[in-house]
Each structure stands twice: as structure tokens, then as C-alpha cells.
Design a binder for this molecule. Structure first.
Ligand code: PEP
Ligand code: MG
Length: 368
């Protein structure tokens, strides 16, 4: 397996001696988490949970839950996934051995979970004891023209509260199990996606806290935890002072923030973008390096408003920009606490964070 050794490891040690920014990794599988640790990540800044639901033994339950129209059937369908999720998170906590782990609650566009072909529809109908025609009608009622701007993130968690309740129970139980196994405290960080208003965060936070309290009282134990939010919609950055009142941390989701601030699809902006950048119509590919005057200004505003409302608010970034040296220089300037990037970009991020810290020191010295 890839690892850092020899002169490269020495260089990394020097970089770590000067950098201020923490460097975490985006990791969701045990392999990712192991790679992240070998490359020196100081925690997981984003564990996406979407892909955990697509295994052949899991997806059927999710489809049944989405397509069911009564709360009891939904709860039964999703309960089947609790043991799977508990072991997903136990494994990650075990590998990360007490380092911080931020787990983001489910954030798929809903259409990825709808039954697609006739065979899938028939399977769900059979499991739910419904006729195929009624499910076809429900599927078309749930279909959207712009799923990335629709029923996803916390919106899905609010309309289907059973999903987040199951995930939060799995996270809490896994953290308690690993703390017991290792004798070392595990403090999970639960992250809510696509928040646009404080009211949304308050609602989701309250139900997460209810589930955590249930688990703790069942087991008769205590657990320290954090609940925070992604800042990935312009409205969230603009109202970060309000949102901070209900958040223990922010993580900037610069992929969605770029998409929503520029009105550019993150999935298919490729066709005309290179020509645009070449003609100087945009400073650079905004999905690669932070656009300082656009998304960067929103990040800066989010940081300033968030910290003004809550001075000890933890601030990170987990969009793709977290592994890009030019963007890392910007994140140093605005005073984030950490960047989180894909495991293979962790060494570059450590070096870039060190360069950014040196540049900041030199600037201060010049000004003095
Ligand atoms: C983001 O939007 O920047 C982010 C990290 O979340 P995702 O890429 O999963 O939407
Ligand atoms: Mg996002």
C-alpha cells in the first residue's frame, strides 16, 4: 500500500512543523481511511454516506422506504439498515483511533434512490404489498427535473426523518462501542448537508439530539459529540451568523457553493468552461481553484459572520478545493482551522498549508 518514507517523509515533517491549517481527508470506506492515515491525515473531514446505501443487500430497503407512504412501513424498512450503518461507522472509528471523524448525514439527489426499470418497480411493489400502477404514480410524483436543486440533503432528512434518525443512532452506538473496545473516548461529529436556513438546522439538530439522548439513556452512559453543518448554499453564507448559533462547526462545501453561486452545473460544466477561462471570462476553472471574488467572498463572509456569532466555531472546508494549493493559500488567509481533501491529495495539502503559513508570516514581517 502507498505510504510516505525516506526524504519525502522528512520533508513532510518539516511542513508539519510550520503549517497552521489542519489537514483531514474525505474518506468513506476503510480503504480510504487507511490511505488517509498513511498519508498523514489528522482526521476525516467528510465521510459521505450516500454510497453506503447502494450495496445489493441495502438498496432494496432504501427503495421501499422512499416509496412507502406510511411512517410505519418506512421505519421498518430503514431499521433493516441500522446494523449495516453501525458496522460502517465502527470500522471508521476503529481505523481513525480517536482522531476526529465528521460523518455527513445522507445527501443524495432523491432520484438516485427511486426504482428505475420495471423489474425494480415490481420488486418494491411486491415487498410493500402494493400494485405496480400505484407505485408508478408515486415514482412520477417524486421525480424532479433538477434533482441537484431539489429534494436532497437536509430536505430529504426533513421529509423522511427516519433516515437521519437511523444514521444518528448508528453513529452514536458505533462511537460508544469503539470507546468501550479501546478505552478511549470517541467524539463523533455529525454534519448536516445543504442547510439554507437556521430553522432547518434547528429542526434537524433537535431530532438528532433526541435520538442521541435515547441511545444514551438506554445504555446509561454519556457521550461528547458535535453537530455542525455544511455551508454550501449562498443563503447559508449570507446568514452564517444565525446558522452559527445552532452549529458547533461549519464545513464549506465549495463544490455545491460554486455550482449555486455561479449557476454552473458541477456535473457538466466541462463543455464550454475551458474556452471561457482561456478568453479570460472567468479567472480560472472555478471548480478547481477557489474564485476569490465569487465563492471566495462567500466563504470569507461565512467565516466572519460565523466567528462573530460564535468565536470558538470550528471552521473547515471539504469541497474539492481543499486539496488545491492555490485555494489552500486562500483558506489560510481567511483563517479556516482545517482543510479536508481526498486521501491522495493529503501530502500536497500538507505542503501547501506550510507554504501558505510561511507566506502569511512573511507578509506580517513585511508589514511590520
Ligand atoms: C461540496 O458540495 O463541496 C461537498 C463537499 O459535498 P458533495 O461534493 O458531496 O456535494
Ligand atoms: Mg455538497
Amino acid at each position: 500500500p502507498p505510504t510516505l518514507s525516506g526524504d519525502f517523509a522528512t520533508l513532510m515533517g518539516w511542513a508539519d512543523g510550520v503549517r497552521r491549517l489542519g489537514v483531514r481527508a474525505n474518506a468513506e470506506t476503510p480503504e480510504d481511511a487507511q490511505t488517509a492515515r498513511r498519508f498523514g491525515a489528522e482526521g476525516i473531514g467528510l465521510c459521505r454516506t450516500e454510497h453506503m446505501f447502494f450495496g445489493p443487500d441495502r438498496i432494496g430497503h432504501v427503495r421501499q422506504m422512499i416509496m412507502a407512504d406510511d411512517a410505519q412501513t418506512r421505519a421498518r424498512a430503514i431499521e433493516a439498515l441500522l446494523p449495516f450503518q453501525r458496522s460502517d461507522f465502527t470500522e471508521l472509528f476503529r481505523i481513525m483511533a480517536g482522531l476526529p471523524v465528521t460523518i455527513r448525514l445522507l445527501d443524495p439527489p432523491l432520484h438516485e434512490f427511486l426504482p428505475h426499470g420495471e423489474a425494480e418497480l415490481a420488486d418494491v411493489a411486491k415487498a410493500l404489498g402494493k400494485d405496480v400502477e400505484s407505485l408508478r404514480a408515486r415514482r412520477s410524483a417524486l421525480s424532479e427535473s433538477n434533482p441537484m436543486l431539489g429534494h436532497r440533503g437536509c430536505r430529504l432528512g426533513i421529509t423522511y426523518p427516519e433516515i437521519y434518525a437511523m444514521q444518528v443512532r448508528a453513529i452514536t452506538e458505533a462511537a460508544l462501542d469503539i470507546a468501550k473496545e479501546t478505552g478511549k473516548a470517541v467524539e463523533p461529529e455529525i454534519m448536516i448537508p445543504l442547510i439554507g436556513t437556521k430553522a432547518e438546522l434547528d429542526l434537524v439538530r433537535k431530532s438528532c439530539e433526541g435520538v442521541i439522548a435515547d441511545v444514551l439513556s438506554e445504555r446509561g452512559v454519556k457521550l461528547a459529540y458535535k453537530i455542525g453543518t455544511m455551508i454550501e448554499l449562498p443563503r447559508a453564507a449570507l446568514t452564517a451568523d444565525q446558522i452559527a448559533q445552532s452549529a458547533d462547526f461549519f464545513s464549506f462545501g465549495t463544490n455545491d457553493l460554486t455550482q449555486t453561486a455561479l449557476g454552473l452545473s458541477r456535473d457538466d460544466a466541462g463543455s464550454f468552461l475551458p474556452e471561457y477561462v482561456e478568453k479570460g471570462l472567468l479567472p480560472q476553472d472555478p471548480f478547481v481553484s477557489i474564485d476569490r471574488e465569487g465563492v471566495g467572498a462567500l466563504v470569507r463572509m461565512g467565516v466572519e459572520k460565523g466567528r462573530a456569532a460564535k468565536p470558538d466555531l470550528k471552521l473547515g472546508i471539504c469541497g474539492e478545493h481543499g486539496g488545491d494549493p492555490l485555494s489552500i493559500a486562500f483558506f489560510e488567509e481567511v483563517g479556516l482551522d482545517y482543510v479536508s481533501c481526498s486521501p491522495f491529495r493529503v501530502p500536497v495539502a500538507r505542503l501547501a498549508a506550510a507554504q501558505a503559513a510561511l507566506a502569511a508570516r512573511n507578509n506580517k514581517a513585511v508589514k511590520a
